[in-house]
Write a protein that binds this ligand. Sequence first.
Ligand code: NAD
Length: 458
Amino acid sequence: MALDTAAVVAELRETFASGKTKSYEWRVSQFKAIVKLTDEHEKDIIEALRSDLNKPEHEAFVHEISGVKSSAKLAMKELRRWMTPEKAKTSLTTFPSSAEIVSEPLGVILVISTWNYPFLLSFEAVIGAIAAGNTVVLKPSEIAPAMSSLFSKLLGEYMDSSAVKVVEGAVPETTALLEQKWDKIIYTGSCKVGRIVAAAAAKHLTPVILELGGKCPVIVDTNINLKVAARRLISGKWGCNSGQTCVSPDYIITTKEFAPKLVDALARELEKFYGKEPLKSPDLSRIVNSSHFNRLTQLMDDKKVSGKIVHGGQRDKSNLKIAPTILLDVPADSLIMNEEIFGPLLPIITVDKVDEGFNVIKAREKPLAAYLFTNDKMLKEEFIGSVSAGGLSINETTLHCTILTLPFGGVGESGMGSYHGKYSFDAFSHKKPVLQRSFAGETAARYPPYTPEKLRFL
Ligand code: NAD
């Protein structure tokens, strides 16, 4: 039977109109349900992530399960404060008066989620929508089918199904959902589909948050603690879903002289983490499906770069696994330097002086994240002041996204809008200004007839 998306939205509108999702108590009850569901089904969540991505249990727990619980608990703790109207200063024109900003829910939210952190990224958006007092439809990614069906089962069981619904499906179902009028859409995924979502939303003047991707660069200076830098680069690249992470380092820029030392350090630490036969390591996620596997092997086998592999390069099609692979001095016009890699391949490009790296980054679209490893204060300042990206980390990779007091989102081609913590609450609220006056404070100058005397008075 065809999906009746109009009926789904109509039911959620009715629930929203009843006013129940606006109460503090209802919102908190849904956060508690999320924590309970996560605690009681931890094994099922880990199993779904293993089935969809062969995600190691450690990564499933640290990156997804504890991330969701932290967000739900933070919302529970801070919700009263977030919901409290914010006082605003008034002007002489309205004296005497008071003003405040009231956060009002938008209505019905559509969350179109992705497959690489399917549990975390879906719930992160749902938590924000609920925190602000909205009803919500979650469309999980069909590319992570085990997690998609787990969502469908568990949300129905634990959450208020008159206000929070899961619609499973692929392109036809998403297209049908996008025909409806929503009050806000949050989409996580590729730029290509981001454009489809934005165009569909524009028909209804629906605002969108687009959480997209891009090529996240890393500049590596020479005066660093090389071992620590190598470990943090590995953690952000291969320790995050085998590089299938929107903020994973995509490519490195360093000096010609330093590059061999960096390659050696990365190779040494990689062997410590994943052994001599990384394809057999249980700690390395697999590639999500054969089409992404083929895309990645084509990037490696491209004539322009195949001779540039200086570490790794092994693959196992039967298990969809690719070993951590480093490529040195790939040409700027190679395929690998012109699309988001989103996998375990790490090209290094070299420059004469490290600060030339800034121009390499600035010549490209704005990435979702950019990283710098250095001890040089001037370089850090130039990086912060001149590199535009969704977010920056210095001497670290990926971890800025885990800090819930920081907004998370892209800029330019890497997306629009941001969320996480209070920023999620704000993203799914309308900030309604309210002015209040008594009947005092009348001035004749405000009203016609506009005589020259009145103008002088003003
Ligand atoms: P995708 O864009 O193909 O799919 C994501 C969602 O879009 C799915 O729910 C899917 O059903 C839907 N979809 C796909 N094609 C559609 C169409 N034609 N019409 C309507 N809906 C459609 O996802 P992908 O490309 O596999 O994801 C990888 C990308 O996502 C990378 O670029 C990555 O950087 C980005 N990403 C960004 C974030 C972030 O938070 N910014 C997080 C994860 C991934």
